[in-house]
Write a protein that binds this ligand. Structure first.
Ligand code: TZP
Ligand code: MG
Length: 226
C-alpha cells in the first residue's frame, strides 16, 4: 500500500491515499458519539447535528450497550439526517456499517481484524484500527487499515477497562512506527490536544470533552487544531 506520510503541519489534515481509499482526508478532530454519555441517549441525531454545526466533518458512532437493531436504527438516522457530506464511521461492526450505508468501520483488538473487516466492507470504505502499544501499531501498519488509532493517551472515564495510558511518549513512538494516518484517543481535551498533535498525531478522537455544548466544543477544538 502506498500511503503518503502526513507532514504533521498543524493546519493540515492527513491524506488517506492507500489503495483502498482514494478520496477524502482524515480531519484533525474525530468526534465519537456514544449515546451512553449523552444526557438524552435518544437524542443521537440532535447531538450529531450540533457537532456538525460546530464544524465536525466526520463522526464515529459507538454504542457498547445497545442492541444491533438499535445501533442500525441510530446509524441510519444519522446518515439520513446528516447526508453524505459527513463521513460516518461505525465502531466495532462491519455488518452494521454496510447495512446503514456508513463510510467506514473502526475495529479494536478484540473485534474482527482489519483484514477481515476489509473483506466485509470492501476497498472503498475506510477501515480504522485501535492500538494500545507500539507493538500493536507495528502489526496494524502491515494491514490494509486506512488509519491507526493509538491510546489511551491520557486517563479516560469513557471506556470500560481501558488499557494503560501510553502518554505523549506513546504517540511519539506510534508516529515513528507507521506512516499511516494516526489518530490519538483517550482523555484528550481542548487544553491538551495541541500537545498531542505536536507529538505526531494527525487527528484527535474525543468523546467526553464534546458532550457539553457540542457545537461550541467542536468549534473550540477546531480553533486550536486549525
Ligand atoms: N479508546 C481508547 S480511550 C477511549 C476509547 C474509545 C475513550 C475516549 O473517550 P474520552 O472521553 O475522549 O477520553
Ligand atoms: Mg471495538
Amino acid at each position: 500500500m502506498t500511503i503518503q506520510q502526513s507532514t504533521g503541519g498543524a493546519a493540515e489534515a492527513a491524506p488517506l491515499q492507500g489503495q483502498h481509499v482514494n478520496q477524502g482526508v482524515l480531519p484533525r478532530l474525530y468526534p465519537i458519539l456514544d449515546p451512553a454519555l449523552l444526557a438524552d441517549p435518544a437524542g443521537v441525531v440532535v447531538f450529531a447535528r450540533e457537532l456538525v454545526n460546530g464544524g465536525a466533518t466526520l463522526i464515529q458512532y459507538r454504542n457498547k450497550t445497545g442492541t444491533g437493531r438499535q445501533m442500525l436504527a441510530d446509524a441510519r438516522a444519522l446518515r439520513q439526517a446528516l447526508g453524505s457530506n459527513i463521513r460516518l464511521i461505525m465502531n466495532d461492526r462491519a455488518d452494521l456499517c454496510l447495512a446503514a450505508g456508513l463510510d467506514g468501520v473502526h475495529v479494536g483488538q478484540d473485534d474482527l481484524s482489519p483484514e477481515s473487516a476489509r473483506l466485509i466492507v470492501g476497498d472503498q470504505l475506510w477501515v480504522g484500527v485501535s492500538t494500545h502499544s507500539v507493538e500493536q501499531v507495528t502489526v496494524a501498519d502491515r494491514t490494509s487499515a486506512d488509519y491507526i488509532a493509538i491510546g489511551p493517551v491520557f486517563a479516560t472515564a469513557s471506556k470500560q477497562n481501558p488499557d494503560p495510558v501510553v502518554a505523549l511518549e506513546g504517540v511519539r513512538a506510534a508516529r515513528a512506527a507507521t506512516r499511516k494516518p494516526l489518530v490519538a484517543i483517550g482523555g484528550i481535551t481542548r487544553l491538551n490536544c495541541a500537545a498531542v498533535i505536536e507529538a505526531g498525531a494527525d487527528s484527535v478522537a474525543v468523546i467526553s470533552d464534546l458532550v457539553h455544548d457540542p457545537a461550541k466544543s467542536v468549534a473550540a477544538f477546531l480553533r486550536v487544531l486549525g
